[in-house]
Design a protein around this ligand. Structure first.
Ligand code: GLC
Length: 530
């Protein structure tokens, strides 16, 4: 095992981290919603899969308008998900199994049910209670500026006395004013609270959002652009970073917060970490979040945004490594999460989508740094077309456009019909699971030759053999325009993005994402050679 006291071998630098979307992972009590005891009962699946850590989405007290990303009490567990002692039990059991636990921290906004926001409403304009949020007056009856919510519609809501408050997300998620010293003080306490309970790290929600330009000036919107906060695009499932003027994101002051958090994490031990969800415009601005005295990692969304082409993947690899190298951070890679269309579907769905998804995964897992997996991708799950009456995403409720529910459908564990052992009995989950999932359950895929689950298990096992020793250098090889190929230490990786098979270079075939005949790598397939 790497030495946790050596900064070069901190566990997260080469980890595979599995994202658990708590509502949809495993339900212990049959209410149709996943919960903490459900996660604990399924930890052996994660240990068998071979991941190093799990990141759990917010399970704190919340009215669930954004499924937990609207936190009413940062220091307690929502009864829907269990109790604090369930959280302690989960952490202890994960540690017994050799898994680290990363929890989600939501510092950009609270729920409107948080005691601070309730006090702000009660106290009225000009009060210290309102000064924890971004309340403003407006002279003309319109919102104080032209900013849009990431979830659609204006980013401002008016309260009874006429003032407006800013919410970059749903109106039930008021943004905090991070220039008010009470706000950073509260979050440092929250970090300590969960560190004391034994968690190994934090995923920082909207890490690029905390500070807004102090003037709250209008966003400059060029012709053809829509005033918006620039995170979720028109189908509310993917990012669009086409808006260049962003007075609401990525302000320089935010880095002071992460320097302070770095000190809090250090006090708790050398192996505590934080990973930023920061949708930044460039790899360089992403790298600023992971300078040595700030956060440890940032999600590299450029990888999931890359087109299916060898050139796009190569560009992302080169830019990512070049950006993190000067700050000494370890890069990260991610293809799916609870906010984007599942990658098998993005790559076209069906057999081709699955082949491409597996190939992209195998490629990613060989790169230096950490890979973040999203629950269900190890089963090859696709985005589900959720019926309108079952959709719950606030982005859908605000705009009427299909949003993120389709990647949040509960995991199928076993059996032949819904709920596929997601919960006890035959009670149905909070979003219906499709009938086609009978052949995709963990049970159905376990031991099945060629299944996506066995492919992930094999890839993670093989990865362990070289992840810590292959070094951080990546040497790109030229095997033709359709082929991404690189060498990392003893491993050669070949990804064929084209349609015709190509010759594999010399070396022993360790693993491939699909069938390989006679040393020829078919299209939409990747291989590792040694
Ligand atoms: C992040 C989360 C997303 C949530 C939003 C507001 O982007 O990943 O699910 O809706 O923040 O907290």
């Amino acid at each position: 095992m790497p030495d946790v006291n050596d900064p070069k071998t901190y566990w997260w630098r080469n980890a595979v981290v599995y994202q658990v979307y708590v509502r949809s992972f495993a339900d212990s009590d049959g209410d149709g919603v996943g919960d903490l005891p459900g996660i604990t009962s399924r930890l052996p699946h994660l240990a068998d899969l071979g991941v190093d850590a799990l990141w759990i989405t917010p399970f704190y007290t919340s009215p669930q308008h954004d499924h937990g990303y609207d936190v009413a009490d940062y220091r307690d567990v929502d009864p829907l998900f269990g109790t604090l002692s369930d959280a302690d039990h989960l952490v202890a059991r994960a540690h017994e199994l050799g898994l680290r636990v990363v929890v989600d921290l939501v510092p950009n906004h609270t729920s409107d049910q948080h005691e601070w926001f309730q006090a702000a409403l009660a106290a009225g304009p000009g009060s210290p209670e309102r000064a924890r949020y971004l309340f403003r007056d407006s002279e003309d009856g319109n919102p104080p500026n032209n900013w849009g919510s990431v979830f659609g519609g204006p980013a401002w809501t008016q309260v009874d006395d006429g003032q407006w408050y800013l919410h970059l997300f749903d109106s039930t998620q008021p943004d905090l004013d991070w220039r008010n010293p009470e706000v950073p003080a509260m979050f440092e306490d929250v970090l300590r609270f969960w560190l004391d309970r034994g968690v190994d790290g934090f995923r920082v929600d909207v890490a690029h959002g905390l500070f807004k330009e102090a003037s709250l000036r209008d966003q400059v919107v060029e012709e053809g652009q829509r005033a918006s906060s620039g995170q979720v695009n028109t189908d509310h499932s993917m990012v669009s970073l086409d808006l260049k003027d962003e007075p609401m994101w990525d302000q320089p002051e935010v880095h002071e917060v992460y320097r302070a958090w770095h000190r809090v994490l250090d006090e708790a031990g050398p192996d505590k970490m934080a990973v930023a969800e920061a949708w930044t415009q460039t790899p360089e601005s992403m790298a600023a979040f992971v300078r040595p005295d700030e956060l440890d990692q940032a999600f590299n969304f450029a990888w999931l945004l890359a087109d299916w082409s060898a050139e796009s993947f190569a560009t992302v690899i080169i830019d990512t490594l070049a950006a993190v190298e000067p700050v000494g951070a370890s890069p990260t890679w991610v293809l799916s999460n609870h906010d984007v269309v599942r990658h098998v579907t993005r790559y076209g769905g069906g057999e081709q989508g699955l082949a491409r998804g597996r190939a992209a995964t195998l490629t990613m897992l060989a790169l230096p740094g950490s890979s973040y997996l999203y629950q269900g991708e190890e089963l090859g799950l696709e985005q589900v077309d959720v019926a309108p009456e079952d959709r719950q995403d606030p982005a859908y409720l605000r705009t009427g456009e299909v949003a993120r529910d389709g990647c949040r459908v509960p995991v199928p564990w076993g059996g032949t019909e819904a709920p596929y052992e997601f919960g006890p009995g035959d009670g149905q989950p909070w979003i219906p699971q499709p009938a086609e999932w009978a052949s995709l359950t963990v049970e159905a895929q376990t031991g099945a030759e060629g299944s996506t689950l066995e492919f992930y298990r094999a890839a993670l096992a093989a990865r362990r053999e070289f992840a810590w020793t292959a070094g951080d250098e990546v040497e790109l090889l030229d095997l033709g325009t359709d082929v991404l190929a690189f060498r990392r230490g003893p491993i050669t990786v070949v990804l064929n993005c084209g349609e015709t098979a190509v010759d594999l270079p010399a070396g022993d075939l360790l693993l491939a994402s699909g069938p390989v005949d006679d040393d020829r790598l078919p299209g939409d397939t990747a291989a590792w050679l040694r």
